[in-house]
Write a protein that binds this ligand. Structure first.
Ligand code: C2E
Ligand code: MG
Ligand code: MG
Length: 612
């Protein structure tokens, strides 16, 4: 059909002529030749895989001629096109419109050939990419006459380019962004974060034991799983987050434009909250099993987070620190999640804790609190357990579980243990001065038990201070006692022979050999608080505790229940024949002075919670 098109009405006169003067003689011959040339030229133009156009220079964008291919490519007839000077701009892809018009006008005002690219929307809705090359034709005086151009359909080339650039920035298997894309997007996110003071965070995610799946099910199955996993990761993250495959079974997630303010006043900062939320969603997304060849497989991931600017202000540092946090999380076991700052802070606290602990050993800057031990029948205080406290810089008290294990690790426990015995002696003297005779229990940790001079180290201060060993009870935990029962037996016997009393602490949490226990010179069996909690409502705990009370009685020991917090627990224990107890229901650990005051105030019937 284009071939049959009549020449567009507005073809500028003489456009196809070369101009110039000719004599009348050869005029006919020339004209015949010209007509032949014109039709051949037209034939050529009309068959080019491109649109050729001629615009009038003085009326910008008014088209004088457009070749018929325009109808094939865009569904617009040449007549329509020439009749409407605005048509070109109106079928332009909106994203390209301003740029293309600008390029055209600039080119039309100059004298050099110019080329620009844009998309036009065809009548059937297709998007067609064009590369438009044009030149301005001037008359002999240098006045612009026409803009003559060729619009080449480059849609296929553009698609190929897009494909190539997609592949350059995406992981082929999963279609996720690749590392190159991630780095680029991270750079942009950081630039934005600096400008807007918003936050960004990088999550490094590593699948746990994925190699095992690869080895047992083969590469192809592993790949199928990775594809599904990528899909789940995409769903678990927000649209604005970028998930990238960094290689193998490693992934990176970029969270950008995070509001840095804590969502809850005084709570964690925005980056931590956002990344924890994503991590939780990822873990949830992985909770359902994956399927491979009819087998259900469970995949877990370990994650580490680094947030901008706290954990680094360049993309390389953030990724490195997120990886480091992930590796540290792995060490705590698979499936975990760790913030870099927290991970670092943990290491730092440990460092400064050990430095401070060393100094505390020099300064002996601890104190003992005493928790009343209660006769459950009469509710009277029959003794106290000495519990160590370490005053910290902020005026708080560091609980023993936070530093005793470290002190053991650092070999400082013996110094602490020596101090405890000395302090007990000092306190006992004060109490005696105040008219109070009090039985005192204190705790030994595992390492202390193996000190060759242990018994002398306990006995000497007692003797020096005039403290009767019979009022002192040494507590060792069940697991310590059972670690090496033969050796323990020798030590316990020695202590017993010197007049000290002995208690097995946290009973029920270790694995006692009853025949061993039977032969140990133990006076008190302290039932661990985990059994006492809810003992009046929990049938399992009730039968365990009843059995422990019976066992103590059979072995000739006194049962003491730890951690009594309610009247119900107290009633239950007393009814089952448990003789002694301690717990917040009666009294919290308190200073030596408070113990004396308490003693003076009453014969102690249900004292409730003086704070320590
Ligand atoms: P433990 O010997 O089993 O001490 C009892 C722990 O339970 C104490 O914690 C006490 O405060 C707590 N407690 C008492 N009643 C209740 C209650 O009703 N509810 C609850 N939730 N807790 C209660 P604390 O003082 O933190 O001591 C923890 C552990 O540290 C002790 O456990 C003991 O094993 C060790 N420890 C304490 N002082 C020393 C010490 O001087 N030397 C050594 N080596 N270890 C010590
Ligand atoms: Mg104890
Ligand atoms: Mg205990």
């Amino acid at each position: 059909m284009p071939d049959e098109q009549p020449p567009p009405s507005a073809v500028p006169e003489g456009f196809f002529t070369t101009g110039g003067s000719t004599s009348d003689l050869d005029r006919d011959a020339l004209e015949a030749r010209f007509l032949d040339l014109e039709s051949r030229y037209r034939g050529l133009i009309d068959h080019l895989p491109a649109i050729v156009y001629i615009d009038l220079a003085e009326r910008q964008m008014a088209t004088a001629y457009v070749s018929p291919q325009i109808e094939d490519l865009l569904g617009i007839t040449p007549q329509e096109y020439c009749a409407d000077a605005n048509l070109w701009a109106s079928v332009m892809h909106p994203d390209d419109r301003d740029g293309a018009i600008e390029a055209y006008k600039t080119g039309a005002a100059g004298s050099q050939p110019f080329t620009f690219e844009y998309r036009l929307i065809a009548r059937d809705g297709r998007t067609v990419w064009f590369s438009d090359s044009a030149i301005v034709i001037n008359d002999e005086n240098g006045r612009s006459l026409y803009i003559q151009g060729v619009m080449l359909d480059i849609t296929d080339r553009k698609a190929a380019e897009e494909e190539i650039s997609f592949l350059a920035f995406h992981d082929k298997l999963t279609g996720l962004a690749n590392r190159a894309m991630f780095d680029e997007m991270l750079d942009l996110a950081l630039a934005r974060a600096r400008r807007t003071e918003r936050g960004a965070a990088v999550i490094s995610l590593d699948l746990d034991n994925f190699k095992l799946i690869d080895d047992s099910f083969g590469h192809e199955s592993a790949n199928t799983l990775l594809v599904e996993l990528a899909e789940r990761l995409r769903e678990a993250t927000r649209d604005t987050d970028l998930v990238a495959r960094a290689g193998g079974d490693e992934f990176l997630v970029l969270l950008s434009d995070i509001d840095p303010a804590p969502p809850v006043p005084g709570g964690a900062d925005g980056a931590s909250v956002a990344s924890e939320a994503v991590a939780a969603r990822v873990q949830q997304a992985l909770a359902a099993p994956f399927e491979s060849h009819g087998t259900e497989l469970y995949i877990t991931a370990t994650m580490g987070v680094a947030a901008f600017p706290l954990d680094g202000d360049s993309s390389a540092t953030l990724v490195k620190n997120a990886d480091a946090a992930m590796l540290r999380a792995k060490r705590n076991g698979p499936g975990g999640f760790l913030m870099h700052a927290t991970a670092e802070a943990d290491a730092l606290t440990k460092l400064s804790l050990s430095t401070r602990l060393r100094k505390a050993v020099q300064d002996r800057s601890w104190m003992l609190h005493y928790q009343p031990l209660i006769d459950l029948d009469s509710a009277k205080m029959v003794g106290v357990e000495a519990l160590i406290r370490w005053p910290d810089a902020t005026g708080g008290l560091v609980p023993p579980n936070d530093f005793i294990p470290l002190a053991e690790e650092m070999g400082l426990i013996d110094a602490i243990g020596d101090w405890v015995v000395e302090e007990i002696c000092r306190q006992d003297a004060l109490w005696r001065d105040g008219g109070l005779e009090m039985d005192i229990a204190f705790n030994l940790s595992p390492r202390q038990l193996w000190h060759p001079e242990l018994v002398n180290k306990i006995m000497q201060p007692l003797l020096d201070g005039g403290v009767d060993p019979a009022k002192i009870t040494v507590e060792i935990t069940e697991s310590t006692a059972m670690h090496d029962p033969d050796r323990t037996l020798v030590i316990l016997e020695e202590m017993h022979d010197r007049g000290l009393h002995l208690a097995i602490d946290d009973f029920g949490t270790g694995y006692s050999s009853l025949s061993r226990l039977r032969h140990m010179p133990v006076d008190v069996l302290k039932i661990d608080r985990s059994f006492v909690r809810n003992v009046d409502g929990d049938r399992d705990a009730a039968s365990m505790v009843s059995a422990m009370i019976a066992l103590a009685s059979n072995l000739g020991m006194t049962a003491l229940a730890e951690g009594i917090e309610t009247v119900g627990e107290w009633d239950f224990l007393r009814d089952r024949g448990c003789e002694l107890g301690q717990g917040f229901h009666f009294a919290r650990p308190m200073t030596g002075a408070d113990i004396l005051a308490l003693h003076r105030r009453s014969s102690l019937r249900v004292i409730s919670g003086d704070a320590s």
